[in-house]
Design a protein around this ligand. Sequence first.
Ligand code: GDP
Length: 479
Amino acid sequence: MSLVKFKSYNTNDTIAAIATFPSKSALGVVKISGKTALNIIHKIFVPRRKKDIRKAKTYTLHYGWIIAGPKAGKKVIIDEVLISIMKKPCSYTCEDVVEISSHGGVVALNKILGVILKQGCRLAQPGEFTYRAFLNGRIDLLQAEGIRNIVEAKTEYTLETAASQLKGESLEKFDCIKRAIKDIFLLTEVDINFPDDCVTEFKAIKNKIKNISCRIKDILESEKQTRAIKDGLKCVICGKANAGKSTLFNCLLNEERVIVSEIPGTTRDVIEETIDVKGVPLRIYDTAGILTPRNFIEKKAIEKSSKIFNEADLIMLVLDGSRALDGDDRFLVNKIKDLCNEKSNICDDTKGVVIIINKSDLRQKLNLKNISHIKGFRVKLSALKKEGITHLEKAIFKATNKFGDKTKDMVFLNAYQGEILKSAYEDIKEAEKNLNQGREIDLVNLSLKNALDNLGKLTGEVFCEELLESIFSNFCIGK
Ligand code: GDP
């Protein structure tokens, strides 16, 4: 959606859209919001019990039929439906809202939408219902972002965090920071306006500003983890050819995504899938088990694997328990030993490591003492027989749990909101610097004002067209 289009949203119009994904499904929902929503439904809906639907009480359900205008003198029934009436101001948009639950299916839903639009309302833009909820003061911008993340949630973890944001917990965090800044801002105002009458406690102010900058920094730092929770932690499966990586990958995925074969080196490229392990989203990469390239393609495959290896948050090394450790295993074990001490991309801790001793269904020949020098969780399993997978899931959860330490600070921000928060942080740091260097209080006052302004943009108190655009243009139609 372009900026111009966003500005031209006419909030006086009644809008309508299909709110569910139009496909072959049992049910579908079409939503209408605005001044004429009740009049429109009155014209196109025939209730089973004769009544004037416009006079129905709010939060009521009504059974009947949606009809199209007369065809050959007769009204045509489009579908048997249930209508929900939600009158202003107690609705999603704070306007009169009607939701039509019909049978699913592209044709039926489009036909119902077509009949509604013919009554003089227009098709809603993406996110326009939520935009109205914001304009009418029902939600703030952080809640709007929370709603978007609920709709897009890939795992339970994302859903939980987004839901707490929708409850207003993120707003409360920022309000608390804003209140603290405002208190200091007012002290600086007094100092500026009545320089002779007041003795400002600069030491106390310095401490308070430091505290605020730490709180904003914590939220900014949790951003990497928030992104990981949303997009998934990078987890790489490595091991020499034939160790059983692809079998394990398929097992975790519960499908035959990767070709499993006895010929070593069958997986030539890196394969990626997202899975949910106890609510933690993992982007799993099955890497080529080739360690010494025989041709150009294999060389490229190794290069790609190495890159993913370095970027990974979690490394799963698969060893074949039915064979003694060989040169290829040792090469990987040493590589992981070095990587173990490297910092993770998403937290101050080191990368997570899980060592998998596969093929536990066969006679075991691997001497565990030979791998005792590398850190990490150890799990024995049989990927082929699908035995020990729950132990692996527990180990993955434990190894990745440290990345969730800062979840209390997590706030879902889009890229633009993140930039605004960074600016607020810089404003606070500037105020701190000016205070420490004993500069004029006017400068401190100005930086605090800028910080308040930026935080106001985040919550929606200060109007920022670009921010609105960045949030609402990413919604789907009907939300
Ligand atoms: P990759 O090269 O590491 O991806 O290994 P694959 O997953 O392609 O497996 C190589 C061979 O080992 C195949 O014949 C698999 O059926 C077999 N395999 C994998 N996991 C197990 C296991 O747990 N037990 C047994 N007995 N065989 C396995």
